[in-house]
Write a protein that binds this ligand. Structure first.
Ligand SMILES: *[C@@H]1O[C@H](CO)[C@@H](O)[C@H](O)[C@H]1NC(C)=O
Length: 998
């Protein structure tokens, strides 16, 4: 039995490994995906199929199908000619398209994800009487007359079902300001803040007559007044596809209703719809089982007065041991959707006059919401798993909840570059619990840059992707791929999501689509192969016990001491300690993944009694616990009666074994003092972010150099044989230059700004076939590169440039002087011919299905400058066909064996040939390639095809563009034009080859 189980596990592991493919050629399961926007289900099926196939052809592993419907109709109503009732989500027309999409994924071997509903996927078509639809809690209040008698109907009567009527004595009234939001263009506005006497809260819910009348009297005085608060739950029938029609005579006439996200009942409404209207087609069900991966939901964008579900009062009482009703006045401010309603937290904020102002009750309310939300997630997860699929969702980070407690409730948790502002620390807050719960995929909706439609360079996108990788993300879903065909009231370049408010439309109308995007996709996918291998190894856990996640995902650990030293860290909420994998053994927290070596609690954290007890247990079990900057504060629950006990427990913990204190920003030095060195120590004049994964016997290391060109070295805690993995070409080579020191490997590095490098450390993979016996301890600066093969040995390429220290030393101690008696033969390519292929709108701009109308102009360039500086190209978009030539060899007097060709940094892609030979993909951040094999004596021709961004051209026809019935929504003035083309110097760097048998 046990043996069989073992064999099964091995078989499962093998299946997982094979679906990952290889580093050189990652499987579709680990490749980048596109979010694919369907305008509505009336669009041409063949075009959708062709779009999906084209995505696969340029290297995408799959698509995430999403019926956008003008963002559910919220940015613009359906255009003339559209019929969103007939072509709505889950209609027969939709299912036909859905099935065809699934078939095209199957035919191309791609994987398939799908939104669970239209727009953000937060609801489905339903009857208005469905109890699973979204609930709101409406607050009302009225002042009690100054004679102290309230006789009459309670405020808001008949708004919905009364949840509670509460009275309170008001001890102070002031005006506060709700902030403006630039993202949502919402203005600042005033609200009122009431301080209520703590002991004065009284629940009168049970004394209200059937017609809503009460008779209440209060002991008033001239010093204080009383107020009545009434709360009603009701279904606001808010929609994620906003139409009212009478076309079909079915539920589709009303579009799609947002469901309750704080109950299993809400999830059931979604499930019932799928079962009754989509999965009743057995072909679809079978196809989903074959190629489907994730049912998906976007970030929660539901607006309300107060986040609510009828299930909340019971959950609240169950987990907190007292009733919620009396405390609802404390919940009516900032508990709706802080992420999308930043300027509208409420018009009235109530706090208590006791210490802590009643925050303990708010914390308990949020804990109840979290539990309700987890019921929602668990129900959808279980249903999808029953179908052989998984649930991927952007977990709660807009809501007034701590996302970290719920991330482990979905198979593939997803974050996003937009809401997380590309902040590595924000990503670390997301990935910690995912790693502990051993979620193999941490997904990211990537590249929805505001006001960057058609103007987001791939180089910038890759910088964002690498930043996400550095924070623990390992799956990119690009935002997004656009439908290429015609649509109602839509001109060229076609249906553009969010009316151009956000980047980007990836499709064949983008010049980069066929000329560079596939290189970027392969590069990202190979990095995902590495970052999805095995399990992560993270040095440090940071304690993060917040009441709600900051919607801006601001940095929590403010100093750079950990990063500077190479310590990797992620955040854990105290609730995450209850996950079964979060045990301590051998001094490691969550020893299988990510095997934290210490936990740090900063002084700006707040802790509960339970939290301190967990830390105490961890310390007792052998995990180092470090207080940074002093003891943390107190995290209140309910009446906050245990404050003194929490502080006493903290003092006790502070005196325990394995517990240490250090100053703020001094954690790294404390860790070093405790001999807890980073697994990958970083020594650099820049900022390097290591990500380490362990897969059986192989360790994978990914390094991002952010922001600047930088030098230095890594000290890796491994003595396995290091290999270089080139994510651009897929090639793997034994690493030439490193030092062994004790049980570490020291690797010198020079990285360009935003460059990444990847290594594998292994004694088992590849060891016999391609590993030399020796490596180099010293490599002079004039060595440009090398090739190695067991039969051919090491071929070193050294330039004719002078070197300072010219000694090449092997690990057996042998040294060679590599200085050359030559002047530098490096040259710059000049006299370029540029044929600009202009990609433009058709004469009939209403024909959006045209890729582009193309025409050429020819330009002679002595030096390579931006298209903004070339007459006739300022407003151009398309392809630049650059060509130039040089003669070879460079000097009759000196024999050279080959040359490197280098390009300036690449913004949007490049395809290079030398004498007609494709030189392969180039690293955008440091484009250089050995062209030795392609050189001939005499004239040698270099060509480069360089795609542009579309923006400058799109900007020039902006006034003519119509999308689904309206003009695009970019703000006035339009964003500036952008640079295009090759800008800078192209160099030929000749080299001399020397062979060493090592
Ligand atoms: C108290 O004041 C209110 C409002 O002025 C009035 O309607 C009510 O009759 C008064 N009640 C008593 C008992 O004086």
């Amino acid at each position: 039995m046990k043996l069989l189980y073992g064999a099964l596990l091995i078989a499962q592991a093998a299946a997982a490994a094979s679906s990952h493919g290889t580093f050189a050629s990652p499987g579709n399961d680990v490749r980048l995906k596109f979010r694919y926007w369907l305008p509505d289900a009336s669009v041409d099926t063949d075009t959708v199929v062709k779009d999906i196939e084209e995505a696969g052809a340029i290297g995408a592993g799959g698509v995430e199908l999403l019926g956008l419907y003008n963002y559910g109709g919220s940015l613009a109503p359906q255009p003339d000619g559209a019929d969103w009732a007939t072509y709505g989500f889950g209609t027969p027309a939709f299912n036909t398209l859905f099935k065809a999409s699934l078939q095209s994924a199957r035919n191309t071997g791609m994987v398939f994800d799908f939104a669970l509903g239209p727009s953000q996927g937060q609801g489905v078509p339903a009857k208005t009487t469905d109890e699973g639809l979204h609930w709101d809690l409406a607050p009302f209040n009225v002042s009690v007359p100054s004679n102290g008698t309230y006789n009459g109907q309670i405020p808001g009567w008949e708004t919905g079902e009364l949840v509670s009527l509460v009275s309170a004595r008001v001890v102070n009234t002031s005006t506060i300001v709700n902030p403006a939001s630039s993202l949502f263009s919402t203005p600042a506005n005033n609200a009122t803040r009431l301080v209520l006497a703590t002991e004065s809260l009284v629940d009168h819910t049970d004394v209200i007559s059937a017609d809503g009348m009460v008779s209440l009297s209060f002991n008033v005085s001239e010093h204080y007044s009383y107020r009545l608060f009434a709360y009603y739950q009701y279904q606001d029938l808010v929609k994620n596809l906003d139409i009212y029609e009478n076309t079909t005579g079915s539920i589709f006439d009303n579009g799609s209703y947002t469901v309750d996200h704080f109950s299993a009942r809400g999830a059931q409404t979604t499930i019932d719809f799928w079962e009754n209207y989509i999965l009743n087609d057995t072909d679809i069900k079978a196809l989903l089982q074959e190629v489907g991966r994730y049912g998906w939901e976007d970030s929660i964008e539901i607006k309300s007065n107060i986040s609510w579900s009828p299930s909340i009062p019971d959950i609240f009482e169950q987990i907190n041991g007292y009733q919620l009703r009396k405390f609802l006045p404390l919940m009516m401010y900032g508990n709706n959707n802080p992420g999308v309603q930043p300027s509208y937290p409420g018009t009235l904020e109530c706090v208590l006059d006791s210490e802590g102002q009643g925050q303990g009750y708010v914390n308990d309310f949020r804990a109840a919401l979290e539990k309700g939300y987890q019921n929602y997630l668990d129900t959808l997860s279980a249903w999808l798993e029953g179908l052989g699929l998984g649930y991927s969702a952007q977990v709660s980070y807009n809501l007034p909840l701590n996302m970290e407690v719920s991330i482990n409730h979905v198979v593939a948790p997803e974050c996003e570059s937009l809401a997380f502002n590309n902040n590595i620390d924000g990503y670390r807050q997301f990935s910690g619990v995912a790693n502990v719960a051993q979620k193999n995929v941490v997904s990211n909706e990537m590249g929805a840059n505001l006001e960057k439609a058609f103007a987001l360079p791939l180089s910038e996108l890759l910088g964002q992707i690498n930043t996400a990788f550095a924070g623990g993300v390992n799956q990119i879903v690009l935002h997004g791929q656009s439908y290429t065909g015609n649509y109602h009231e839509t001109t060229w370049p076609g249906y553009t999501s969010f009316f151009m408010l956000f980047a980007e439309s990836y499709y064949n109308k983008q010049p980069a689509w066929g000329h560079g995007l596939s290189d970027a996709i392969d590069y990202v996918s190979r990095n995902q192969y590495i970052l999805q291998a095995g399990q992560p190894r993270t040095d440090i856990a940071l304690y993060n016990g917040v009441s709600m996640t900051d919607p801006q995902l601001e940095t929590l650990y403010p100093t750079d001491d950990l990063t500077k030293a190479g310590y990797t860290y992620t955040y854990l909420s105290p609730a995450n300690f209850n996950i079964s994998q979060a045990s301590v053994s051998d001094g490691l927290l969550a020893p299988e993944s990510p095997a934290y070596r210490a936990i740090i609690v900063t002084s700006d954290q707040n802790v509960t009694w339970a939290g301190v007890m967990q830390l105490q247990q961890h310390a007792n079990a052998g995990l180092p616990v470090i207080f940074s900057g002093g003891f943390p504060g107190y995290y209140p629950n309910g009446e906050s009666t245990d404050k003194a006990a929490v502080y006493a427990a903290l003092r006790m913990l502070g005196g325990s074994q394995n517990v240490y204190a250090t100053g703020s920003g001094q954690t790294a030095s404390k860790l070093q003092q405790l001999n807890l060195t980073p697994r990958v120590a970083v020594h650099t004049n820049g900022t390097w972010y290591p990500v380490l994964r362990t897969d059986n016997s192989t360790d994978y290391l990914f390094i991002l150099s952010r922001d600047s060109d930088s030098r230095g070295y890594l000290t890796v805690s491994s003595t396995k044989t290091p290999y270089l993995l080139d994510s651009w070409t897929g090639k793997r080579r034994p690493l030439l230059h490193y030092q062994r020191r004790g049980n570490t490997t020291e690797i010198p590095l020079h990285l360009a700004a935003n460059q990444t490098v990847a290594f594998a450390f292994s004694n088992e993979l590849w060891s016999e076939i391609e590993t030399p016996y020796l490596h180099a301890l010293r490599v002079p600066s004039n060595v440009l590169g090398y090739n190695y093969s067991t039969s051919g040995g090491l071929l070193l390429h050294r330039s004719t440039d002078p070197c300072d220290d010219c000694i090449f030393q092997l690990s057996n101690g042998t040294s060679y002087d590599l200085s050359l008696n030559s002047t530098s033969l490096t040259s710059h390519l000049r006299n370029w011919t540029l044929i600009a292929e202009h990609w433009e709108a058709p004469n009939n701009i209403s024909d959006a299905a045209i890729q582009a109308v193309k025409r050429n102009t020819t330009h002679h360039l002595d030096t390579l400058v931006s298209w903004l500086d070339i007459p006739g190209l300022q407003n151009a978009s398309g392809l630049g066909y650059y060509s130039s030539s040089f003669s070879w060899p460079p000097s009759p007097a000196y024999i050279v064996d080959g040359a490197y060709l280098t390009f300036p940094k690449i913004a949007q892609g490049i395809k290079v040939t030398v004498n007609g030979h494709d030189v392969g993909p180039l690293d955008f951040t440091n484009p250089r390639v050995d062209i030795g094999p392609y050189l001939t004596s005499g004239a040698n021709e270099v060509t480069a095809i360089v795609p542009t961004l579309m923006w400058n051209y799109v900007r020039s026809i902006y006034d003519e563009i119509e999308i689904s019935g309206i003009a695009p929504l970019l703000s006035d003035p339009l964003p500036d034009r952008v640079d295009n083309g090759l800008i800078g110097e192209v160099k030929i760097i000749p080299y001399v080859t020397t062979r060493y048998m090592i």
